[in-house]
Design a protein around this ligand. Structure first.
Ligand SMILES: Cc1cc2nc3c(=O)[nH]c(=O)nc-3n(C[C@H](O)[C@H](O)[C@H](O)COP(=O)(O)O)c2cc1C
Length: 218
């Protein structure tokens, strides 16, 4: 290899490393979600009766209204006066961020604005889990704990509370999916270092779990 070719390769490599997430994100736009439909739903006992994990997904995409309802049910703002949410969180830290991986790209759910903020223009669905069905689901939610919001609690407490807080959110998703006849499964089997790198997370952002959502395969 000549020295000029090597120089060129180094330049491309260093430019790609230096490229911040925001530069890529300009290629996909924010999505304003429609107002959530809070008058939907089956009776609670029926929803609990039907709740289950499903690992076979139709490739059919979720309509934007369904995605809006899903994210609001998961961890939307249900009391605008206080900014509190549909799931509780330890000390109201609200430290769990929901990233939404779709075929169009990766977004961050901004609950206050009820909007999807662009993160990456890439389809990283297959990287959100180690099981083959993961790439088929139209939506993979990735739950990320932002340790910077958790005060000066110990590392053990941060892990414990962010795990518990994630569980409360993913149960909301299970209940919504049960009510709306959607398929879902929460997942811990994740190559976290690889996914964190692909998502360009900071060191104090920790992936807790992921959850696939879609229509059940017929
Ligand atoms: C914390 C947690 C992690 C899980 N991780 C996975 C996973 O990586 N892959 C998977 O297919 N299911 C996973 N599951 C789903 C469980 O396997 C499932 O809930 C269990 O088999 C009971 O089935 P049910 O949800 O239909 O009641 C996980 C569940 C929980 C609560």
């Amino acid at each position: 290899m000549t020295s000029s070719v090597m120089l060129g390769l180094c330049l491309v490599f260093s430019l790609s490393l230096a490229c911040p997430a925001g530069t890529h994100a300009q290629q996909i736009k924010p999505i304003d979600l429609p107002k959530p439909q809070t008058d939907l739903g089956q009776p609670l006992m029926q929803v609990l009766k039907d709740r289950c994990s499903t690992r076979e997904f139709s490739p059919q995409k979720l309509p934007l209204q369904v995605l809006s309802n899903l994210l609001w049910a998961a961890f939307g703002v249900n009391r605008p006066d206080s900014g509190k949410r549909t799931a509780p969180s330890a000390r109201n830290w609200q430290e769990i961020d929901i990233y939404v991986a779709t075929s169009e790209g990766l977004y961050l759910y901004d609950a206050k604005a009820h909007r999807l903020q662009p993160v990456l223009p890439d389809d990283i669905r297959a990287m959100t889990g180690g099981q083959p069905f993961v790439k088929d689901a139209p939506v993979n939610l990735v739950y990320v704990a932002d340790y910077s919001k958790m005060g000066d609690s110990t590392p053990e407490d941060k892990m414990l509370y962010s795990g518990a807080d994630t569980g409360l959110i993913n149960q909301n998703v299970y209940l919504f999916c049960s009510s709306e006849k959607l398929a879902t499964v929460v997942r811990g089997l994740i190559d976290r270092p690889a996914l964190a790198k692909a998502m360009k997370l900071r060191p104090d952002q920790k992936i807790t779990l992921a959850q696939s959502v879609g229509y059940p395969r017929k």
